[in-house]
Design a binder for this molecule. Structure first.
Ligand SMILES: NC(=O)C1=CN([C@@H]2O[C@H](COP(=O)(O)OP(=O)(O)OC[C@H]3O[C@@H](n4cnc5c(N)ncnc54)[C@H](O)[C@@H]3O)[C@@H](O)[C@H]2O)C=CC1
Length: 400
């Protein structure tokens, strides 16, 4: 599995080379597409605005599928298309990414006949802003890429329609403030919601219609069907601030389909080295519960990082799990003025306790932490292809 880091559901799991293109020479179409991308890069904002202006001018009926205020959404669809085109040679990763994107678009009400309208606006925007490199050959490369991209999305949506609703309504049945900025929110979906520990879902609140943000499930699937999320109110995070400061028991939210391929490999006998920073600890908790419930017993080492002691908002429940499971070891790591656990940054702490040759790595947290932790794990003996992570924080549009 390789990493494409883009937007709406482009959340990436696994590892491998960074651009997913392998070491092969790029195809002629990929060369032309990348030339266009290089030309529009310095004026990316203008291209994006022009793309949406054209799209809505010619197809006003599409406007209501996007949030009332476009700031948060602006880059998403357009950014996803450009990312996909850039990786057009990497069929396996691209198909996975686009299938997810296509399934995720069901919740917006996207239908197959909307795709040509988007393609048209895309071509006009590229032609206008990449006029130096634009030619019939370049246009041909983009048409072929967009046709392949849209068909993969349409096929995935059609297949998904046979087995799952476009979204789930879910009632908040508990809202627990753990710190001034972090809440643990538990919801009951209106119909069964199948997912695996380590996955995540997009969430929409009633206060910001059509603005969706991703959160990991903080527990493995439960017999009562309830789902938990750990939410941190980030500055300018419309959805996260609403979920932490405004949401109450009884409020209804909507959930998109589960996504992500970070998962415990139950056939492996290796240990799990789990590194979670702040609310990135949520999927780690689900993975630990998964091992406890289903897996064969093997060492699980958890490093839970926070900036301050007070931010270790879920440490007690991890320590409780540690008391019940002899195979589990939990170490808090605190960056500033630590009075408990290990003082310092997560990647250094993990390195210090290595080597980790007999372990698989699971990472979750802010992007910088993940990048440095990948380096720490690799230098501690875990090969790249046994390191799993989701780049929830690096989606093109920031804020959650
Ligand atoms: N809520 C959820 O379900 C999930 C959230 N996440 C991500 O978790 C992140 C939580 O972020 P914040 O609370 O802002 O993190 P934070 O600023 O509180 O830091 C969390 C941990 O990462 C370490 N860290 C931060 N920057 C670092 C750097 N440059 N080098 C080394 N270590 C570093 C900190 O020392 C701390 O241990 C967000 O990026 C979010 O997208 C990831 C998965 C699930």
């Amino acid at each position: 599995m390789t990493a494409i880091s883009a937007d709406d559901g482009a959340t990436t799991t696994g590892s491998g080379n960074a651009d997913g293109s392998g070491n092969r020479a790029p195809s002629p179409d990929a060369v032309l597409i990348r030339r266009t991308l290089a030309e529009i890069e310095p004026v990316a904002d203008d291209v994006t605005s022009y793309f949406y202006a054209l799209l809505f001018l010619h197809n006003p009926e599409l406007r209501e599928m996007f949030p009332p205020a476009m700031d948060a959404q602006r880059d998403r669809l357009f950014g996803a298309l450009l990312t996909a085109a850039e990786h057009i040679d990497d069929t396996v990763t691209l198909t996975e990414y686009l299938s997810h994107l296509g399934r995720g678009h069901r919740k917006y009400g996207t239908l197959p006949h909307h795709y040509p309208a988007v393609g048209e606006a895309l071509m006009y925007a590229l032609e206008r802003y990449a006029h130096r490199s634009w030619s019939p050959e370049v246009e041909g490369a983009w048409v072929r890429a967009y046709t392949a991209i849209s068909q993969t999305m349409i096929d995935a949506a059609a297949e998904d329609e046979l087995r799952a609703p476009p979204w789930w309504n879910a009632e908040i049945i508990s809202h627990e403030r753990r710190t001034s900025e972090v809440a643990v929110v538990t919801v009951r979906p209106d119909q069964p919601y199948p997912y695996r520990a380590g996955q995540y879902a997009s969430v929409e609140t009633p206060w910001w219609p059509r603005v969706w943000r991703y959160y990991s499930f903080a527990s493995c699937p439960r017999s009562d069907g309830l789902l938990s999320f750990h939410i941190k109110a980030v500055p300018a995070g419309w959805v996260s601030r609403s979920l932490v400061h405004r949401a109450r028991r009884g409020d209804m939210i909507r959930l998109g389909p589960p996504a992500g391929s970070m998962a415990v490999d139950h056939s492996s006998t290796r240990g799990l080295l789990c590194v979670g920073g702040s609310t990135g600890i949520a999927p780690i908790k689900a993975l630990v519960e998964d091992v406890a419930e289903h897996g064969r017993r093997r060492p699980v080492e958890v490093f839970f990082g926070a900036n301050r002691d007070a931010d270790l908002y879920d440490l007690d429940s991890f320590l409780d799990l540690e008391r019940r499971h002899p195979w589990l070891s939990v170490r808090p790591v605190v960056a500033q003025l630590a009075t408990r656990g290990i003082a310092g940054q997560l990647p250094e702490a993990v390195r210090q306790f290595g080597p980790w040759r007999e372990f698989d790595g699971y990472l979750s947290g802010p992007p910088q932490m993940i990048r440095k932790s990948v380096d720490a794990l690799v230098s501690s003996g875990i090969p790249q292809d046994r390191i799993w992570h989701d780049f929830l924080g690096t989606l093109v549009s920031s804020g959650r």
